[in-house]
Write a protein that binds this ligand. Structure first.
Ligand SMILES: NC(=O)c1ccc[n+]([C@@H]2O[C@H](COP(=O)([O-])OP(=O)(O)OC[C@H]3O[C@@H](n4cnc5c(N)ncnc54)[C@H](OP(=O)(O)O)[C@@H]3O)[C@@H](O)[C@H]2O)c1
Length: 236
């Protein structure tokens, strides 16, 4: 399966829910530059449209990017990327659930940072289900596959021009959804995608982000991770 497009068929749009923040804008820019059709979602349609204009301007070349209110974005795509703070994740998914179509893929980048409840950004919160991604899986319709990915990528580096230098660990219980997500990750220059196994492994990947944030604070940088020692076929 080719991410976003199949043969000569029209490109499948990617809806980035909560896409007006740094993580969503960074992914939108990179995927738009890679030729994907991107819909920025927001609680406010006008904010989404302004974000889409900002992506067009930053891209510097013609790109396919639109802005919509989150529910409309959800209904217009079957590849859904969720980039909201942990404290907004459950309520937004409950609200969007009726707009999700069967067979959709929800890629979740949520990190349950303690900062959401007044704690440190370098610490995480316990999530009853084990991870934010597993919480998401409980909240979406059964026919929607959840994938955990992009937790360890700097939004600031994404919303820039240089190639990145990091890997994206992708976890899901749906092998096809995992593969599609790895293909999308590999469209970002300098990013390799690695199959991280089942969705339950998201609990480890989400924790790594807190560690990286601590390193960023300590060293004033934009840390990412590389997985080494696997055969070449393990990297996408
Ligand atoms: N920033 C990074 O470098 C990075 C890297 C990897 C993963 N992540 C994770 O990705 C997610 C997004 O990160 P971010 O830094 O882009 O977050 P953010 O700027 O705090 O929020 C992203 C967007 O979420 C929407 N939002 C905020 N509160 C909401 C609420 N109560 N209900 C519904 N929507 C709400 C807002 O969009 P509207 O106001 O337009 O609706 C906002 O622009 C987080 O879970 C973060 O942990 C971030």
């Amino acid at each position: 399966m080719s991410a976003g497009s199949i043969g000569d068929a029209p490109v499948r749009p990617i809806a980035i829910l909560g896409g007006t923040g740094p993580a969503g804008m960074g992914l939108a820019l990179r995927w738009a530059r890679a030729g994907e059709s991107v819909i920025i979602g927001s609680r406010d349609a006008q904010r989404a449209q302004l974000a889409a204009v900002a992506i067009e301007q930053k891209a510097g070349t013609p790109v396919r990017v639109r802005g919509m209110e989150n529910s409309a974005a959800c209904g217009a795509a079957d590849i859904l990327m969720l980039t909201v703070p942990f404290e907004a994740q459950a309520s937004l998914l409950k609200q969007l659930r009726p707009a999700m179509t069967a067979g959709s893929i929800l890629i979740d980048a949520t990190v349950p940072l303690a900062a959401g409840v007044g704690g440190r950004a370098s610490r995480t919160l316990g999530v009853w289900q084990g991870s934010a991604a597993q919480q998401a899986a409980e909240l979406v319709p059964e026919e929607v596959s959840v994938v955990a990915a992009f937790h360890n990528v700097s939004a600031e580096l994404l919303f820039a021009d240089a190639a990145l230098d990091c890997d994206v660990i992708v976890c899901s219980d749906d092998p096809d959804a995992s593969q599609l997500t790895r293909e999308l990750a590999a469209k970002i220059p300098g990013v390799r995608a690695v199959d991280g196994g089942k969705l339950e492994n998201a609990r480890i990947v989400e924790q790594i982000t807190a560690l990286l944030i601590g390193m960023n604070i300590r060293h004033k940088g934009h840390a990412g991770i590389r997985i080494t020692g696997l055969p070449p076929g393990a990297y996408r």
